[in-house]
Write a protein that binds this ligand. Structure first.
Ligand SMILES: C[S@@+](CC[C@H](N)C(=O)[O-])C[C@H]1O[C@@H](n2cnc3c(N)ncnc32)[C@H](O)[C@@H]1O
Length: 332
């Protein structure tokens, strides 16, 4: 018997929990509801402890799946175009569609843009355009979002999407109501250098960093060292907890680090059942390496006297960074 849509959502969330617990991304799921959760979310949040071991997610006290379902039921659903885009990511990138932010995070970004009304936004890591479209939908109509993507196939698919949905250049002449999205194909840092050279005095009101983890620090340094944030500008950094693996990074104090507890060979969707233990171990090591980059980044930002940062344990970890206010800066 085919599972119902909600049973399949629950199964998927259970897989997410297991995957997050073991430090891996879950297998992608074709969107069957308005909410997909394509990333391990805050499994490391103490409120959710015990959810993994529960035999009945919906009844477990503090069960993560039950809380997530409750949150979904009490949030505004995203427009259908997002579920369609997610399904298209699964079709084009069957083993890595989970790169996109979750529907819940998309909804949050849209609201955040509505609250802060940024005129100029920068995104590093566009993939097929999910988070870009989510942000653009909350931005004022005369605003612009620059989004960078290295993978030319993903960039083309995103460009097609932006054109189809009216976020491209042409939209501007037609009494446009949407923010404009400009896709910069190529390496994010190089694109950023070119863009800022071409447009002097460019300042970003919001930046979303969601590209290669090894370059997080370079994106951040480039923005801060060149004073590219506007007065009220902020930087959002995705995957700041990198599936919980940041706590296993070498920088962590031995007291808090569970010694030798590199996540056990992960049930990666990118490895089939016949994958050898050596392959699984290789993947675990690779993921830990990404997490170590993120950890190094988090440590640098936390020490940077120029900024205030809050690392929120939501989604896969979301850091919110702002320049210190003048008042605070002179006090400290
Ligand atoms: C996690 S995905 C982004 C997901 C997207 N923000 C979303 O939610 O829909 C990261 C993307 O960064 C891209 N990427 C990796 N290295 C990059 C680089 N050096 N410059 C620009 N993009 C890069 C990858 O190709 C991938 O599509």
């Amino acid at each position: 018997m085919m599972p119902s849509a909600s049973a399949s959502v629950l199964q998927h969330h259970r897989r997410i929990m297991r995957a997050a617990w073991q430090g891996m991304r879950p297998a992608p799921r074709v969107a069957t509801s308005s909410f997909h959760t394509s990333r391990p979310v805050a499994a490391m949040n103490p409120s959710f402890e015990g959810a993994e071991s529960s035999s009945s997610d919906s009844n477990s006290k503090g069960g993560y799946a039950a809380l997530l379902r409750y949150s979904e039921q009490h949030s505004t659903p995203q427009p259908e175009k997002f579920a369609t885009l997610h399904a298209s990511s699964v079709e084009h990138y069957p083993s890595s569609a989970d790169k996109t932010i979750s529907a819940m995070q998309g909804n949050f970004l849209t609201l955040l843009m509505r609250m802060t009304r940024p005129q100029v936004v920068l995104e590093l890591g566009c993939f097929m355009g999910y988070s870009a479209m989510a942000m653009a939908d909350g931005m004022p109509q005369d605003s612009v979002l620059y989004t960078c993507e290295l993978d030319s196939r993903a960039a083309q698919l995103a460009r097609d999407l932006f054109e189809r949905e009216g976020y491209n250049d042409q939209g501007i002449s037609q009494n446009r109501q949407l923010a404009k999205i400009e896709l910069l194909e190529g390496d994010g840092l190089a694109s950023l250098q070119t863009l800022t050279k071409a447009k002097s005095n460019l300042k970003f009101d919001a930046v979303f960093i969601d590209a290669d983890k090894g370059n997080y620090i370079n994106y951040y340094n480039f923005i801060m060292d060149n004073d590219l944030l506007s007065d009220h500008g902020y930087i959002l950094v995705d995957n700041a907890l990198f599936q919980g693996l940041v706590v296993h990074s070498p920088s962590q104090d031995d007291q808090t680090k569970k010694k030798g507890s590199l996540p056990s060979p992960p049930p990666s969707p990118r490895l089939d059942a016949s994958s050898s233990d050596a392959e699984k171990q290789k993947t675990a090591v690779r993921y830990q390496k990404y997490a170590n980059h993120v950890d190094a980044f988090n440590r640098q930002v936390a020490k940077d006297p120029r900024v205030d940062v809050v690392l929120l344990p939501v989604f896969d970890g979301l850091s919110v960074i702002m320049k210190k206010s003048e008042k605070k800066a002179t006090r400290s």
